[in-house]
Unconditional design. Structure first.
Length: 197
């Protein structure tokens, strides 16, 4: 297990440093109150025109039919560890605005807000959330019954209490730990983009 010290370069709330994406989870199901709290946090995320374009299909409780169905949409690498997470989900974005029917090019950005709300609320509850790009997009539509013309699969997410890294496959055990970040200066451009530096 590797642990990279996280030291901020400016004053920031500790919750931002405390949030990371583990792969080791305990399989115990979440309580109804925990589930409600996580989804309530998503509900209050900001969105363009208050559209709230996110939609979630989730499975709860390892071994349940809904959990297996959602888990089956992940690539095998992610299934190898996410099967222990009690809550797995696919986050979708509605492709068009409900009122106008026009394409919502901001849906992905808004879904990211909902994801971050969930991830931070998970930490408030003593849980962790791990978002994944490794899933079979076609299966999310066919296996989960989601109409592809209306929704775009954005991410898979696993949530649960932290588990023992020894439960992970050998190839992942050494990688389990919080990662570092690039300095803010690497993505900031005042007034105009510059490729210098």
């Amino acid at each position: 297990m590797t642990a990279t010290p996280r030291t901020p370069d400016a004053d920031v709330h500790p919750m931002f440093l405390d949030r990371w994406s583990p792969r080791a989870f305990r399989p115990e199901p979440l309580t109804d109150a925990q589930l409600a709290s996580l989804f309530e946090a998503m509900r209050w995320a900001p969105s363009s025109y208050n559209e709230q374009p996110w939609m979630v299909v989730y499975g709860h409780g390892p071994g349940t039919e809904d959990h297996k169905r959602v888990l089956g949409c992940l690539v095998s690498f992610n299934q190898s560890w996410a099967h222990n997470a009690p809550l797995v989900m696919i986050l979708f974005g509605r492709r068009r605005f409900a009122a106008s029917g026009k394409a919502n090019r901001h849906a992905g950005f808004d879904c990211g807000s909902a994801w971050m709300s969930l991830a931070l609320q998970a930490r408030v509850l003593g849980l962790y959330a791990h978002a994944m790009a490794g899933f079979d997009e076609a299966k999310t539509y066919t296996d989960l019954g989601v109409p592809e013309p209306d929704f775009e699969a954005m991410a898979a997410i696993a949530v649960g209490a932290p588990g023992d890294p020894e439960s992970l496959p050998d190839s992942l055990r050494a990688r389990e730990g919080a990662s570092a970040r690039v300095p803010a200066a690497s993505f900031l451009h005042r007034g105009r983009f510059s490729s210098a530096g």
